[in-house]
Design a protein around this ligand. Structure first.
Ligand code: NAD
Ligand code: DAU
Length: 354
């Protein structure tokens, strides 16, 4: 048995591959384009493990995907691959349209052709799981109830609009062609191996480098935070028992304003790696110009996945953020290679003799 995952060298995908192979003998075909966000160093511990087959390539490359499906006959395809950073989508949306919309469309077409040829039990058991985001639902007011799966789509950034389009395509492939799909819409993840362009890892690495900690606007935007390994367990559970064609919201019941997140990171660093002058890292906080179109509040109602699939997050925010800060302190080499760009040489260095 084999699964094919896309985007498995990114933050969540790589955590998923590591978690999967820690508890399953089932092989993983990992298709990743290795954009700036793809980092095979995160998967270094799998070197020589025959259960992990890495393929560098684009989900939009139909011939490549057709070939992988024909050769490896996966029982499921999990689509993590995406351009994922809102700020980058504001500066240059084109890549988001190409990967998140066109790429997902081409992937769906390849999977549909493959699934059509399956028979019997293999056809009945096949799944396409699409990993999406709470950002497709738009922004909430302070007193609004959290997003349920029935909340209407109101994406506000080029990133969230492109993810919304991909969700609609996935839905349509189920409705029109009967493709056995599942979709998860998750809140903000954090944890090990998170690229330091996103809030939490950026704050950790900037704090340690004595740089400013840039807080957008008034810092009172609210996000719901989920430890990445809890997202991975939710995806495994949906793959295992989710109802076909259904959407599952995934979240940690951890709504927090950004400034509180930044202060928590600073307090943990003050405790775990105090500055020589004994001043708090929070003195490095700097309020900067707001993100254009910045969504004010996201909140996930994870009631459906809890009720139907008995999934619960294992970490509280307090335990998860401590583990995260500890991971960054224990892995300065991973951070240094990301900052220097050396992580992009990893494929050549590591696989030169293969
Ligand atoms: P990421 O940016 O860290 O990783 C994305 C990965 O996809 C990278 O390894 C990149 O090389 C790869 N990729 C990009 N374009 C590709 C293409 N055309 N073909 C093949 N591979 C390609 O993203 P992430 O934070 O790990 O997010 C993974 C998925 O989860 C995304 O679909 C994202 O929308 C979704 N999501 C993320 C969060 C979050 O907080 N990070 C929350 C909810 C949902
Ligand atoms: O909600 C799920 C989404 O969470 C995912 O779909 C996205 O892929 C993921 O990137 C994330 O999007 P956000 O825009 O919420 O994440 P980001 O880490 O970029 O920002 C989190 C909040 O922190 C947001 O309100 C903007 C703010 N921020 C971010 C950065 C990078 C700052 O105040 N300063 C910063 O420097």
């Amino acid at each position: 048995m084999t699964i094919l995952i896309t985007g498995g060298a990114g933050f969540i995908g790589a955590n998923f591959v590591l978690d999967w192979l820690a508890q399953s003998s089932e092989a993983v075909i990992n298709l990743d384009k290795l954009t700036y966000a793809g980092n095979l160093e995160t998967l270094a511990s799998l070197q020589g493990d025959a259960r992990h087959i890495f393929v560098q390539g684009d989900i939009g490359d139909s011939a490549l995907v057709d070939g992988l499906l024909a050769r490896h006959r996966p029982r499921a395809v999990l689509n993590f691959a995406a351009e994922s950073h809102v700020d980058r989508s504001i500066h240059s949306p084109e890549d988001f349209i190409q990967t998140n919309i066109v790429g997902t469309f081409r992937l769906l077409e390849a999977v549909r052709a493959y699934w059509n040829e399956l028979e019997g039990e293999a056809k009945a058991a096949f799944r396409f799981l699409h990993v999406s985001t709470d950002e497709v639902y738009g922004s909430l007011g302070a007193a609004d109830p959290a997003f349920t799966e029935d909340h209407r789509y109101e994406p506000n950034s080029p990133y969230s609009a492109s993810k919304a389009a991909s969700d609609h395509l996935v839905r349509a492939y189920h409705h029109t062609y009967g493709l056995p799909v599942l979709t998860t819409n998750c809140s903000n993840n954090y944890g090990p191996c998170h690229f330091p362009e996103k809030l939490i890892p950026l704050m950790i690495v900037n704090a340690l480098a004595s740089k400013a900690l840039p807080v957008y606007g008034d810092g009172m935007q609210v996000r719901d935070w989920l430890y990445v390994k809890d997202h991975c367990s939710a995806i495994r559970r949906v793959l295992e028992a989710g109802r076909l064609g259904e959407v599952y919201n995934v979240g940690g019941w951890n709504e927090k304003p950004n400034i509180e997140i930044v202060n928590t990171v600073c307090a943990l660093l003050d405790e775990l790696r105090p500055k020589v002058d004994a001043r708090s890292y929070s003195t490095q906080i700097s309020y900067v110009k707001d993100r254009p179109g910045h969504d004010r509040r996201y909140a996930i109602d994870a009631g459906k996945i809890e009720r139907e699939l008995a999934w619960r997050p294992a970490e509280t925010f307090e335990s998860g953020i401590r583990k995260t800060v500890q991971w960054y302190l224990a892995n300065p080499e991973w951070v240094a290679h990301v900052q220097s760009g050396a992580y992009r040489d990893w494929v050549q260095t590591q696989y030169a003799s293969v």
